[in-house]
Design a protein around this ligand. Structure first.
Ligand SMILES: [Zn+2]
Length: 325
């Protein structure tokens, strides 16, 4: 697919040269026709990755036709063949939930769910708020909340079911007043956003002095990516335009004029990334059920990556960025 296209690329973030990392990727999640590649910056200090050919802004909307923002769970059933498998499954499940508590995975998940805002107060703007579930929880926890969403279906749920104030469109076109929110939160949205430097500058303009932008995004240098390669859930061509690691996120912050920030990686939701990656792998073989082996693999990798993350700090499955104005 890239044969007829240029083979030399320049990093959009740091200006170093970049190489093709993957070629001929398909949209196995929502079936947008076409094939894409991913190019990666060669610099050891960067490693930013992006989708090629770069879609046109006007084209991007068409990638979301069958897409309902972050629909929860999936319909895959677990297939337990006999009574022994059933017993084994039950015992393993108890052990797994014990490990999850011991390794503070549950706690980490809660933090991610609330975008690290638990026990705080203020005005929150969620960009890419989907059906508004998180905002509704934050509202009930005492926050003033507003959302931005591009998906009509998701937006109407947020409005009708949760009675939330939601704006439609791109934050850069909504003229939201400067210094008007304490927090902007974005859960797995940054990778969908074109011109991320401009985007982050706009977020900075909107938050108050001392306010925070809290972002989570897939980690290109993660354990799960290394493990699943082209089946890694985080790739999601053609909707994921840019893929970050801790170094390229750092460069992004600097280029957006942000000087006070914290970046780390998390393995709190590894289970779901692994599960979805297995689904993508199964799709290739037209399998639609999880076997006991799959479930054990999901649980095993959640625990393994959580433990490895203690030593390899930059390889957690998602990046967390908290930037301050
Ligand atoms: Zn670079």
């Amino acid at each position: 697919m890239l044969n007829n296209v240029k083979k030399e690329f320049t990093c959009l973030l740091c200006g170093s040269s970049a190489l093709v990392f993957y070629d001929n990727l398909k949209d196995d999640l929502f079936g947008v026709p076409g094939s894409w590649g991913i190019v990666r910056c060669k610099s050891q200090k960067c490693g930013f990755a992006w989708l090629v050919p770069e879609p046109d802004k006007s084209q991007i909307q068409s990638f979301y036709v069958n897409y309902y923002t972050h629909e929860k769970g999936n319909n895959k059933k677990i297939e337990l063949k006999n009574v022994f498998e059933k017993i084994f499954y039950r015992i393993a499940k108890i052990l797994y939930s014990l490990f999850r508590r011991l390794l503070l995975i549950n706690l980490e998940r809660k933090n991610l769910e609330y975008m690290f805002l638990r026990k705080r107060k203020g005005k929150v703007l969620e960009i890419g708020c989907g059906n508004g579930e998180r905002l509704y929880k934050l509202k009930n926890a005492g926050f003033y909340v507003e959302g931005i969403e591009i998906d009509e279906k998701a937006m109407s749920v947020a409005k009708d079911k949760y009675n939330l104030r939601i704006h439609k469109g791109d934050v850069r076109e909504l003229n939201i007043p400067s210094n008007s929110f304490d927090f902007i939160i974005m859960n797995h949205v940054l990778e969908h956003v074109f011109e991320p430097v401009k985007f982050l500058k706009e977020c900075k303009r909107i938050i108050k002095k001392g306010g925070q932008i809290i972002i989570t995004t897939p980690n290109f240098d993660s354990f799960s990516h290394k493990y699943f390669n082209i089946h890694w859930r985080g790739l999601e061509p053609p909707r994921h335009l840019y893929l970050y690691n801790t170094k390229s996120i750092d460069i992004l912050c600097k280029r957006a004029g942000i000087s006070k920030y914290k970046i780390w990686t998390s393995t709190g939701k590894t289970e779901f990334i692994v599960r979805d990656s297995i689904v993508l792998k199964k799709k290739e073989k037209n399998l639609d059920r999880f076997s006991l082996k799959d479930i054990i693999q999901i649980w095993y990798l959640q625990i393994k990556f959580r433990l490895l993350n203690l030593f390899k700090k930059d390889m957690g499955d998602e990046i967390v960025l908290i930037a301050e104005k």
